[in-house]
Design a protein around this ligand. Structure first.
Ligand SMILES: C[S@@+](CC[C@H](N)C(=O)[O-])C[C@H]1O[C@@H](n2cnc3c(N)ncnc32)[C@H](O)[C@@H]1O
Length: 424
């Protein structure tokens, strides 16, 4: 109730009343002319269905792989017909577990290389259960620059709780293998505030990552979405966030431990070591999403593909963009969308802020004065940087607003392939 009320007030104050908060169907998607774009490719197939995973994924089904590949190639071609041979400034392949379709990924990337100019890095998510010498070799040969391994924990007890089908030894071997392959960066995901996990346990996980010399560590508190198997088992009717005091304590320990060990903060959750490119899945400004459930964000529009893998395939194979619902974005919301992700980055370039909001935006001045007084951010010559406290509390607030929306949209999109509309 309070959150709904605050959301309404906040939306009105910052974004104004022109913005409609909801997704609707559109007959035709008008793609504007673009010089360059980032690309997200979604591979929804998983060999192990983790009970807490909220993402759009289905069990690996051999018969669907070929049609899915063909559908993604068609979807890419549909965009090529609209955009021409433009630049692709980065490619992120997420899932699901993309490495389950490693040979198909090679075909997709080659098709992209034929039709577009790829100027940026290619990043692929994978899981320890999936990594072996053959897969690593194929990832290298197909030109992948960065990889992210969903380790989650180096402790058998927590891997079991999370329903992961590998043990700590296998996780360690997978990380070592990846690190020896000379990628530009190897990120590992670790989860925290797991059931009965304490500060010592997460520090032990971090120590293992540090000992292995992983390039980047990304840590996530465990969220429970009502529609996941854990959420259904617990009969949740709204998203469950981990206990805020435990999360606060653990976050502080994670932050301090990473900084102490020479890692620098690159996002709320992420810490990297050395002069390597930052691995990030979510912070691009404009991007096109390929695959079932993939989202796209164009200058004045946000939309997502049908979550149903079968409907996605049928739509793309009949030469139709598989877009389920769209939301128009007013220039004012666009500015705050930009700011949202800069908060996620935990650093905001002053030049960027001026360019987007102008020099005299009183709401922005007010916002940052309040954050500074509260000790949530500090200024350097060129940047506004979130403090450790700011990283935690600002993101906690972002979580409460955004995850509620995401839960609402994903719950419906997972149930209905082509929903009429979704209000948020
Ligand atoms: C798209 S998932 C990739 C999963 C990959 N297929 C694997 O098996 O490791 C990206 C990351 O999101 C995080 N994640 C997944 N479910 C989560 C949840 N319920 N709460 C918080 N983080 C979660 C995990 O750390 C995971 O590695």
């Amino acid at each position: 109730m309070i959150i709904n009320f605050l959301t309404k007030i906040g939306r009105g104050f910052f974004v104004g009343n022109k913005q409609k908060f909801g997704f609707v169907k559109r007959e035709k998607i008008e793609i504007p002319a673009l010089d360059k774009i980032d690309l997200y490719i979604h591979i929804p197939f998983c060999k192990n269905m983790c009970p807490y995973c909220p993402y759009n994924r289905i069990a690996y089904t051999k018969e669907l792989i070929k049609p899915y590949l063909k559908a993604t190639l068609n979807e890419i071609d549909l965009y090529y017909q609209k955009l021409g041979k433009i630049e692709i400034s980065s490619i992120y392949v997420g899932g699901g577990t993309p490495t389950n379709l490693i040979d198909e990924l090679n075909i997709i990337l080659n098709s992209l290389r034929e039709n577009f100019f790829i100027s940026g890095d290619i990043c692929v998510e994978t899981s320890p259960a999936d990594l072996n010498e053959d897969v690593i070799k194929k990832l290298k040969n197909t030109g992948v620059d960065l990889i992210s391994i969903g380790v989650q924990s180096f402790d058998d007890k927590y891997l079991k709780i999370l329903g992961r089908k590998y043990d700590a030894k296998k996780a360690e071997e997978a990380v070592k293998l990846a690190l020896s392959a000379d990628f530009k960066s190897v990120n590992i995901d670790l989860m925290f505030v797991l059931p009965n996990q304490n500060g010592k346990n997460i520090l032990a996980d971090l120590d293992k990552a540090i000992e292995l010399k992983v390039n980047q560590i990304t840590t996530y508190p465990l969220f429970t979405f009502p529609y996941t198997s854990v959420g259904q088992h617990l009969k949740l009717n709204k998203i469950r966030m981990p206990n805020v005091f435990k999360r606060r304590k653990m976050y502080r320990e994670i932050y301090n431990h990473c900084i102490r060990n020479g890692y620098q903060q690159v996002s709320v959750w992420g810490f990297k070591k050395g002069e390597i490119p930052r691995y990030s899945s979510v912070t691009r400004d404009t991007y096109i999403g390929i695959g079932a459930g993939a989202c796209s964000r164009l200058p004045d529009m946000f939309y997502f593909n049908t979550f149903s893998v079968k409907d996605y395939i049928n739509s793309a194979l009949s030469q139709k963009l598989p877009v389920a619902l769209t939301m128009e974005i007013t220039p004012q919301l666009e500015k705050y969308y930009w700011l949202y992700w800069r908060f996620y980055d935990a650093a905001i370039k002053k030049e960027g802020l001026k360019k987007i909001f102008g020099r005299r935006d009183f709401k922005i001045k007010l916002l940052f004065s309040i954050l500074k007084i509260m000790g949530l951010c500090k200024e350097t010559k060129d940047e506004i940087i979130l403090t450790e406290r700011g990283s935690f509390y600002i993101h906690l607030l972002q979580n409460y607003f955004i995850l509620t929306y995401i839960n609402k949209v994903w719950t419906i999109a997972k149930k209905e392939a082509w929903p009429e509309k979704i209000e948020i």
